[in-house]
Design a protein around this ligand. Structure first.
Ligand SMILES: [Zn+2]
Length: 413
């Protein structure tokens, strides 16, 4: 149900939703500051804040540090007004995190050892029913009422068409091609459930936490069994026209494809330099390697053949990323996913990337590891879900609907 994401619609300045945006961003912490920031009359600000208090989204706490006179009460987003879920779907796991509306983690399926992959035998609808059951179970375990569920975002290792939210040629489960997973939640909940490419969610999680988000310009790369990429431009997830932006892994490179890829591009980066391809090449040469964990272990032990493969793959990945960096001039290239823990791979990516970058690009470029390589996917899911649930235009619509139903009640009385 990704059609028409509220968060992608520009807010109406000074609307109820826009006022929530200012409070949520910490830019306006009292009614008087809101009046100054928005240019609205204090009485209008009062009406906007009252509407948010009525929705249970904002509360007033303590006193702002004012100098004399009447003390201003501080306005805060009420994180306890509901919760959202984020799920990271992989071939071998399904991680679920529940978060309050302020982004504080309430529950993590990894803590309850309930991160098993979803069953695939009953098709996408069966998998969605099981995922919903796990949301409910995890919520119940930490004392949350399902009625307080506000929305979710699900990360999938495949391109996601935008704005339809349909999965495109997923290699982890080819039968899910063209499935709009989010729409299948309609039989379980009215709340928005978004589906997003997993690397896009990592990119969202890696947005700057020290600078204003709109200054964030980064490319995030997920290095796992396969390779994925996501782009943040001017603080926003850049999906391109149809959702394919960031698909760095299907660039043709020097080398020979050793695993199949549905993209149709000959010798694409993923089929030549992903962990899956490295493993296939080593196995063909008689090495006993079958998982990314094996690759990491043998690389750390200095196994000559494995280290050589990791270096070659790193150079190919670095070269593709250099082309992207020269074009896009990002502040950061963030490396995430299991293989970002491999020193020989990362060193080769870094050295080739800097070697092939324009000085003007390299001077401002930071190639760094993910701040939370294991958690970035679900953190990004929480960010996307909250940005949708609390999107200014969505809040404005909720207020409008509440007003209309109030009018009807008055008229029928
Ligand atoms: Zn490909």
């Amino acid at each position: 149900m990704n059609h028409r994401l509220y968060q992608d619609v520009e807010p109406v300045p000074g609307s109820v939703g826009d006022v929530l945006r200012l409070i949520r961003g910490g830019e306006s912490s009292s009614r008087s500051v809101l009046a100054r920031t928005t240019g609205l009359a204090p009485s209008t600000v009062g009406l906007r804040v009252d509407a948010l208090v009525d929705l249970g989204l904002v509360h007033e706490v303590g006193a702002e540090g004012s100098r004399g006179g009447r003390r201003a009460r501080r306005l805060e987003l009420d994180g306890t007004a509901g919760f959202v879920a984020a799920a990271d779907l992989g071939a071998n796991h399904t991680r679920i995190v529940l978060s309050d509306l302020a982004g504080r983690t309430l529950a993590d399926s990894d803590d309850t050892r309930s991160s098993a992959p979803l069953p695939r035998d009953d098709g996408p609808a069966g998998a969605v029913a099981e995922l919903w059951r796990r949301f409910e179970t995890l919520a119940a375990e930490c004392g949350l009422a399902v009625a307080d569920f506000q929305g979710a975002a699900i990360g999938v290792p495949a391109p996601i068409a935008y704005p339809s939210g349909r999965i495109v040629t997923p290699s982890f489960e080819p039968t899910w091609h063209d499935v709009a997973l989010g729409s299948l939640f309609a039989s379980h909940t009215d709340a928005p459930v978004l589906v997003e490419n997993d690397a896009n969610l990592i990119a969202l999680a890696e947005r700057s936490d020290t600078e204003p988000p709109e200054r964030s310009n980064l490319v995030a790369v997920k290095l796992g069994t396969r390779i994925g990429g996501g782009v943040i431009a001017g603080g926003r997830l850049h999906r391109g026209v149809g959702g394919a932006a960031g698909e760095v892994s299907h660039t043709s490179v020097d080398g020979t494809s050793v695993i199949g890829c549905t993209c149709g591009v000959p010798n694409c980066l993923e089929s030549v330099a992903s962990a899956g391809a490295i493993i296939a090449r080593l196995r063909a040469a008689g090495h006993d390697v079958s998982t990314t964990a094996d690759l990491l272990r043998l690389g750390a032990q200095g196994d000559a053949a494995v280290v050589e493969e990791l270096r070659t793959a790193g150079a190919l990945i670095g070269r593709v990323l250099a082309g992207i960096a020269n074009f896009f001039n990002p502040r950061e290239v963030v490396l995430a996913g299991a293989m970002s823990a491999s020193p020989p791979l990362v060193a080769a990516i870094r050295s080739e990337l800097y070697r092939m970058c324009l000085p003007l690009v390299a001077d401002d470029l930071d190639v760094r590891a993910s701040r939370a390589p294991r958690d970035a996917g679900v953190h990004g899911g929480v960010v996307l879900a909250l940005d949708e649930v609390l999107a200014p235009t969505r809040i404005d619509e909720l207020v409008r609907r509440a007003t209309v139903s109030d009018d009807r009640t008055v008229r029928s009385a």
